[in-house]
Design a protein around this ligand. Structure first.
Ligand code: SAM
Length: 212
C-alpha cells in the first residue's frame, strides 16, 4: 500500500485478483518477509496483460530482483519468447533462477548479472517491451537508453513513477530519487516518440507506447 489509492479501494482491488499458483505465492511471501520491493500481483497482472496485448516475444527487464516481475513476463511471452533478466545482485539471480525453474519457465529467461544499463547496451537488437525497475536516480538515463531500443509499437513500462506521492511535491534538497523520477516523468510525457499514461496503481506504473 502506497497511499496513492484510498486504502479501502486498494484493498478491494486486490481482493478481486484470482488466487496465484504456488510458486507465485511463495515469491510474494518471501518478498513480504524480506522486504523485497516487488511490483506485486496487481501490477504483475497488468504487466502480463500489456505484454500479451502487444504480442511481446522479446522482452528486456531492468532490475529483476528475485524474478517476480520476470515470472509474469515469462508467462506472457509464450514458449518461443525470451525475457532478459538483469540484476546486480548474484544472490537475487540465484533465487530467481530457482523460482523460475520450479515454474517451468527457465527456458524463456536469459540471466544477466551486473548493471542493467550496461547489459542493455551489450545486448543487440530491438525489444517488444522494456520494463524498468532499477535505482530511481537512474531513470532519466534509462529513458535515453531504452526508448531507441524498442520497436515502434513496443512498450516501455516503468514502476514507482508516483513514488508514494512524493513526486507531486517539490523534492527536498538532497532527495535525488524524487528529483530523478520527476525529471523522468517530464521526459516520458514530452517525448514525441512516446504515447504515455501513468496509471496510479500501487506506486504508479508508467505505460509508454513507442509511436515514432
Ligand atoms: C525494485 S527491485 C526489482 C523488483 C522486480 N522488478 C519485481 O517487481 O519483482 C530493484 C532491483 O533492481 C536492482 N538494481 C537496481 N539498480 C540496478 C542496476 N543499475 N542494474 C542492475 N540491477 C539494479 C536491485 O538489486 C534490486 O534487486
Amino acid at each position: 500500500m502506497n497511499g496513492i489509492i484510498e486504502a479501502d479501494t486498494e484493498k478491494y482491488l486486490y481482493s478481486l485478483l484470482p488466487r496465484r499458483d504456488a510458486t507465485t505465492r511463495e515469491m510474494e511471501s518471501y518478498a513480504k518477509k524480506h522486504a523485497v520491493p516487488i511490483i506485486g500481483p496487481a501490477c504483475g497482472r497488468l504487466l502480463y496483460q500489456l505484454a500479451r496485448l502487444v504480442l511481446a516475444r522479446r522482452v528486456f527487464e531492468m532490475g529483476s530482483a528475485i524474478g517476480y516481475s520476470t515470472l509474469w513476463l515469462a508467462r506472457a511471452v509464450g514458449a518461443r519468447g525470451t525475457v532478459y533478466y538483469t540484476d546486480s545482485d548474484t544472490e537475487n539471480a540465484r533465487r530467481a533462477r530457482s523460482y523460475l525453474r520450479r515454474a517451468g519457465l527457465l527456458g524463456r529467461v536469459r540471466f544477466l548479472v551486473g548493471d542493467a544499463l550496461g547489459q542493455l547496451r551489450a545486448t543487440r537488437g530491438k525489444f517488444d517491451l522494456i520494463f524498468n525497475d532499477v535505482s530511481k536516480t537512474q531513470y532519466p538515463e534509462v529513458f535515453r537508453l531504452a526508448v531507441p531500443r524498442l520497436r515502434v509499437g513496443g512498450l516501455f513500462i516503468t514502476d514507482n513513477v508516483l513514488w508514494s506521492g512524493r513526486v507531486a511535491r517539490p523534492a527536498a534538497a538532497g532527495d535525488a530519487e524524487t528529483r530523478a523520477i520527476q525529471k523522468f516523468n517530464r521526459l516520458i510525457y514530452s517525448s514525441p516518440k512516446l504515447l504515455t499514461t501513468i496509471l496510479p496503481l500501487r506506486d504508479g506504473f508508467a505505460v509508454c507506447e513507442r509511436i515514432a
